[in-house]
Design a protein around this ligand. Structure first.
Ligand code: AMP
Ligand code: MG
Length: 336
């Protein structure tokens, strides 16, 4: 595996060849690292599912170099879709559009729609521009594990399976893109992210949030976004997510559930509780979003038997953080 530190012509040529040979390249974006393949080739795309052990019914997002490319691969059906594209792309935003036949069915898991994203990260953009094919890319992690937000966290997972990783440092945002589908002319958030419900309402007026964002899907046929069906974002150690807007109640929740080998993964509000190990995940929503996946991976290093994670208010970027942490904890969630 070669870790590419410098984006120059020679290295771009290497990764372009790799993609055109139907192989995988890991690349940085502003959200998380992606594991990419030529979205026009089923043979290439199938390697993503194989290497990640990803369920075949979990569709991939197609990454493009610019907005002009969208109409080659998808159809914009209405003004709401157009306005979302104009307002939030390029950026940490994925829009679900009607798929054109040129995109193989394995990319969209046989749905007639496809997720389209245009990253704003400079390296991602240079990569997409240079390879000049659409890149299907999910997050760079083995399925069910926390997404990769820095190269050191993920390189071992893909050793021998992926030949090139482009190192762009730590992902700025740290959580995956906001996934939005326009349903009956109303934008609906299927997966929350850095672009919030409030951001979308400011532009369009209304925005719905799928009820499955914070709840478990019991009936598979009801999954608008198949990715929400799976255990996700999880370290190997068992997790419990706790939340209260009252600090005393929050501390009670932590103490009542603590074992002798519990890690507390939280803001500085909980740093003085006597426990096996305290790990700070930051104090602002931006810091938590940036740190969370890497910190979850770090927790696995301490041989603990439980991680108690402090939840946040389910508003703004907090909704995206809670969407991930509820799945991290496999719906093991307590609120007081
Ligand atoms: P990942 O790339 O691993 O961050 O996950 C992509 C997310 O986008 C998953 O939750 C998918 O279910 C969702 N997604 C991708 N394509 C579609 C689509 N055509 N319709 C609905 N959800 C989609
Ligand atoms: Mg993922």
């Amino acid at each position: 595996m070669k870790i590419i530190k410098e984006i120059n012509r020679e290295n771009l040529e290497l990764v372009k060849k790799e993609i055109l040979n139907d192989n995988l390249v890991i690349f940085p974006t502003e959200t998380v690292y992606g594991i990419g393949a030529n979205a026009l080739k089923s043979e290439a795309v199938s390697k993503i599912f194989e290497v990640k052990t990803r369920a075949l019914n979990n569709p991939l997002i197609v990454h493009l170099k610019s907005k002009d490319e969208i109409s080659k691969y998808a159809t914009i059906l209405n003004l709401v879709e157009q306005k979302l594209i104009d307002s939030f792309m390029p950026g940490p935003f994925t829009i679900i559009l009607k798929k054109k036949d040129i995109i193989p069915n394995c990319v969209s898991a046989n749905l007639d729609t496809v997720g389209i994203r245009i990253p704003i990260n400079k390296i991602a953009h240079e990569f997409l521009e240079y390879v000049d094919v659409p890149i299907a890319a999910p997050s760079a992690n083995i399925s069910s594990r926390p997404s990769g937000t820095k190269v050191e966290d993920i390189k071992d997972e893909f050793e021998g399976k992926v030949n090139y990783i482009i190192d762009g440092g730590e992902s700025k945002i740290g959580l995956e893109s906001t996934v939005v589908k326009v349903i009956d002319n109303v934008p609906t958030i299927l997966r929350p992210g850095f672009i919030t419900k409030e951001d979308i309402e400011n532009v369009i007026g209304t925005c719905n949030v799928s009820p499955h964002v914070l709840s478990e899907i019991k009936d598979n046929t009801k999954a608008e976004s198949p990715g929400m069906l799976y255990k996700h974002y999880a370290p190997r150690t068992k997790c419990l997510l706790v939340y209260s807007n009252n600090l005393d109640k929050l501390k009670t929740l932590v103490k009542e559930n603590m074992t002798s080998k519990t890690i507390i993964l939280a803001s500085s509000r909980l740093e003085n509780i006597d426990c096996y190990k305290y790990i700070s995940y930051g104090n602002t929503l931006e810091e938590i979003s940036h740190n969370i996946f890497s910190k979850l991976r770090e927790c696995d290093k301490y041989n603990a038997d439980l991680i108690i994670i402090e939840g946040v208010k389910k508003e703004g970027l907090g909704l995206a953080i809670m969407n991930r942490l509820i799945r991290t904890s496999n719906f093991n969630y307590k609120e007081l």
